[in-house]
Ligand binder design. Structure first.
Ligand code: ZN
Length: 266
C-alpha cells in the first residue's frame, strides 16, 4: 500500500546475506520494484539488485501480490490473511543519515495517507493527537513531529525530514513513537523503537502489527473497508486520549528512569 510494504519486505529478507543469499523481489524471472523500493532497500545487503545475480532466492512479494490481503468479490474491502504476520524489517543507514538519541522524546504522527480512500478509517483525529501532545508536554516529555504531512501539531518541536528514510532515522532516536498503522509504525519496528499504534478497525494487528508495540484497535474486529466506515469510526472513537496518555507516560518513564530509580524499584 506504500512504503510500509517495502519495509515489511526487508523483514522477509533479513539474514539472507549471512546465508550467502540475496532476496529477489519479483515473479521468479524479473524483479518487480515499486516506487518506494529503492529508498527502503538502499544499502541493504540482503536484497538482490539484479535478476541474474548468483545466489538469489525469489520472494514473490510485490504490488498486487502482498500475501497479507486480497480484495473481496465486490472489490469494496480487503480480506485479511491471518496466516501472515509482519516481521520487523531493517534499515541500513549511513553515518550521515543516523541521528543521535534524543532522551525523553516522543514522536507523534497524526497524518494518514489522505489521498487514499481508507484514510478516513485510520484517522484518529488531529484534536486527539493535539490533546495527547499537550498532556505529554505538561508532564515534562519532549514532543516531536516530523515536517512531513499537512496536519500540524501546535507547540511541538518540528524536525525537518525530506525523505521517509530520514523519518525512520528520526524514529530510531526517540523513546516512543505514536502513530496510526502505516509506514511509520513499520519503520519504528524496523529501528527497534517502541510504538503505540492506532490501528482502529480497518486492519488487524495480528497481520501487520508487531508484538513489541502497543496496538490499539478500540476492541474492533478488522473490516478492511476501503470506504468510509461507521464501524471504523466507532473503533477509533473507543480509543481514548486518556488511555493513550497513560500508556505513553508509562513507556517514557520506563525508558528514562535513572539507575538509582531502577535500583529503588527492584
Ligand atoms: Zn470498518
Amino acid at each position: 500500500m506504500g512504503i510500509g510494504d517495502e519495509v515489511m519486505a526487508t523483514g522477509f529478507a533479513r539474514g539472507a546475506a549471512a546465508r550467502g543469499k540475496r532476496i529477489a523481489f519479483g515473479d521468479g524471472r524479473k524483479l518487480i520494484w515499486g516506487p518506494w523500493c529503492e529508498e527502503a532497500f538502499r544499502h541493504n545487503p540482503n536484497i538482490a539488485r539484479r535478476a541474474d545475480e548468483s545466489g538469489i532466492e525469489w520472494c514473490h512479494y510485490y504490488k498486487g501480490n502482498r500475501h497479507y490481503n486480497r480484495l473481496d468479490a465486490a472489490r469494496r474491502r480487503w480480506i485479511w490473511n491471518y496466516e501472515f504476520k509482519a516481521k520487523p524489517g531493517e534499515f541500513y543507514f549511513t553515518e550521515l543519515e543516523r541521528q543521535a538519541h534524543r532522551p525523553g522524546t516522543v514522536l507523534i504522527e497524526p497524518n494518514v495517507p489522505w489521498h487514499k480512500s481508507v484514510a478516513v478509517n485510520k484517522d484518529w483525529g488531529a484534536g486527539r493527537y493535539q490533546m495527547l501532545a499537550d498532556r505529554l508536554k505538561r508532564t515534562g516529555w519532549r514532543v516531536l513531529q516530523s515536517s512531513y504531512g499537512e496536519v500540524r501539531l501546535f507547540n511541538v518541536e518540528t524536525i525537518s525530514v525530506d525523505s521517509f528514510r530520514q523519518a525512520a532515522a528520526l524514529a530510531a532516536g526517540v523513546d516512543l513513537v505514536i502513530t496510526p498503522e502505516g509506514g511509520l509504525h513499520h519503520a519504528a519496528a524496523a529501528v527497534g523503537t517502541r510504538a503505540i499504534v492506532i490501528f482502529g478497525g480497518f486492519i488487524p494487528p495480528a497481520v501487520t502489527g508487531y508484538n513489541a508495540h502497543i496496538n490499539l484497535t478500540g476492541d474492533a474486529e478488522a473490516c478492511g473497508s476501503l470506504h468510509r466506515c461507521d464501524h471504523c469510526r466507532r473503533a477509533l472513537d473507543q480509543i481514548e486520549v486518556d488511555h493513550v496518555f497513560t500508556l505513553a507516560d508509562a513507556e517514557l518513564r520506563q525508558r528514562n528512569e535513572t539507575t538509582s530509580e531502577r535500583i529503588a524499584r527492584i
